[in-house]
Ligand binder design. Structure first.
Ligand code: SF4
Length: 239
């Protein structure tokens, strides 16, 4: 199987069967905390990097052969790059829905949500887990190191606000916290105002748990994480 991994026990999703729909580390970001190390293709170009047909055929075979499908909580479109760079994502989600009733989740870095065509492509997912690590351009560039200067964090935020209006499923917003970069409490208070506009169903605070791309990346202390959680309110959880 080239495009399927798991099922694995995931901290956020329970038992998750992963689908990888881009080649290794094709991404619009090169995050300092990325556990997959440096991005090999830093790009915003959407293409059918991995054939939708191939992904769906593998999934179909897997579901027929795997006896414990009922134990899978989510089929998760994610993998080792940014899944929305695959221009056939809409066909992939429609195809999955024809094969199974298992809920389908999408893990994305949110970089392309400013594009209405991308937002239309994801409407059939049951759950979207977008990430947003910064609300200002300077910190966004420091932590996520986006492709060129074309990506504006303001556009990403507006894209997420629009997604909330258009998408009927659940949205769990992830913030990856890196010590000394985006964990300042005054910054988090401003973050809270932006999150209110996005209005996700949940906020999930994450920290780098595996060796990051940059060795200087550190996790904030637990006391700081708890403080951040209390600022962001009852819908915020530490994962
Ligand atoms: S968006 Fe995800 S895959 Fe891309 S560099 Fe960041 S952590 Fe890695």
């Amino acid at each position: 199987m080239n495009h399927i991994y798991g099922p694995v026990k995931s901290r956020r999703l329970g038992m998750s069967l992963g689908l990888s729909v881009t080649p290794y580390k094709y991404c619009a970001f090169n995050c300092v905390y990325c556990q997959l190390k440096n991005t090999t293709r830093l790009t915003l170009d959407r293409r059918e990097y991995v054939k939708a047909k191939a992904v769906l055929s593998e999934l179909g075979q897997f579901l027929k052969a795997y006896p414990d499908c009922k134990k899978i909580d989510y089929i998760t479109v994610a993998g080792s790059g940014e899944p929305l760079l695959n221009s056939k994502i809409k066909d992939i989600i429609s195809g999955i829905k024809k094969l199974t009733s298992i809920p389908v989740a999408l893990i994305t870095n949110s970089a392309l949500f400013s594009d209405v065509r991308v937002r239309r492509d994801v409407l059939n997912f049951d759950l979207i887990l977008p990430s947003l690590d910064a609300i200002t351009q300077d910190i966004f560039e420091k932590i996520d190191r986006p492709a060129g200067t074309k990506i504006k964090v303001e556009d990403i935020i507006n894209g997420l606000i629009a997604l909330r209006r258009e998408f009927k499923g659940k949205i769990w917003l992830e913030i990856m916290l890196v010590k000394g970069i985006n964990d300042d409490l005054e910054y988090i208070k401003k973050f809270k105002e932006v999150i209110k506009k996005i209005n996700p169903d949940k906020i999930q605070l994450n920290t780098p748990s595996r060796p990051p791309s940059e060795s200087w990346v550190k996790t904030p202390l637990i006391q700081r994480l708890r403080k951040i959680q209390s600022i962001l309110g009852k819908d915020c959880e530490l994962i």
